[in-house]
Design a protein around this ligand. Sequence first.
Ligand code: FAD
Ligand code: SF4
Length: 352
Amino acid sequence: MNRFDYIRPASVAEAVAAAAGPGAAFLAAGTNLLDMMKVGAARPDRLIDITRLPGLDRIEALPDGGYRVGAMVRNADLARDPGFAAAFPAVAEALLSGASPQLRNMATVGGNLMQHTRCAYFGDTDAACNRRHPGSGCDAVGGENRTHAILGWSPSCIATHPSDFCVPLAALDAVVEIAGPEGTRELPLEAFHLLPGATPERETALAPGELVTALLLPPAATGFRAHTRYLKLRERTSFAFALVSAAAALQIRDGRIRAARLALGGVAAKPWRARAAEALLEGASPDRATFERAAEAALSEAAASGDNAFKIALAKRVAARALLRAAAGTPARMPALPGSVFATEPGEFAHD
Ligand SMILES: Cc1cc2nc3c(=O)[nH]c(=O)nc-3n(C[C@H](O)[C@H](O)[C@H](O)COP(=O)(O)OP(=O)(O)OC[C@H]3O[C@@H](n4cnc5c(N)ncnc54)[C@H](O)[C@@H]3O)c2cc1C
Ligand code: SF4
């Protein structure tokens, strides 16, 4: 690990000021950043500890029916917040399917949005990686890439974004609140994570020194709570990142789908909003044939990047099954996927 300065600012303004200039990194729970620093994949020379900033740990129900969730709220606390879980059950389901109970008790909302790719070459400082060292090449192309991207990738980088949480957030039009040197701004989550193109080192639309302060869920997102699910497929039952996942949300009236939201995880460098599938779903009958057609549409632009062609077929099945589960109705008690065979949490949580 390299030597670094440690700064603990007392306000958001101080944190942003301390982050000016190259070499700074915000430290939330450190469950991702410290791992990256230990292997040398991240080498900040200034760590800005944001854990004590006032007001960033609040979950607020807004008068219009939406929610504001501070960047330092713990993933486990958000999943277990009764009001939040009732309003956005698939978001709670996604949170509880991520990592292990111990990690969820530490990891923060802002850190989950900002976590780095789990591409093994990114964490291996002997490997060529355009994301870590622009212009050095990409050892994943032609290497071990069965878990890599099938949508939106470029020859520069075929990594995926690993978050579960961000997938239903993308489906529900969540917005990221950001503080920076010029003041505060809001950015739709869909525009927050970037596809690699020729600049894979730019993972998000954050400008240097900008801090994520909160996540906003719009009131319209609560309109899907009766028919919504998150489905994650991974290589083992114990905690692991998604091979492929899907968040589905429907509004069904008089036997027809009136509104539909579908997003995929594990397929691209950002949570992937499947708008072509949504267009096909709206007005259609909520049955298996419709959902299979929608899943085809969602993956129509998919391309294998090497050993991962199987993920295209897998993603279609996961998308169709998530839609089927959503159509069946959000369970009164949402089953939590087993985080680990050693999970200490009960297998279910109430969301109503
Ligand atoms: C073994 C293991 C398994 C995991 N499995 C899963 C999984 O299945 N699904 C899943 O979704 N995640 C999983 N994770 C990832 C975990 O959720 C992240 O490590 C965690 O969310 C990061 O949060 P943190 O608060 O620890 O962030 P940190 O590690 O402190 O920060 C991560 C990055 O975000 C930046 N950052 C943090 N907060 C802010 C902010 N407010 N504004 C701007 N930048 C910020 C930091 O500078 C750093 O670059 C796993 C992690 C581990 C170690
Ligand atoms: S896929 Fe992206 S993160 Fe992985 S080695 Fe290539 S450039 Fe680096």
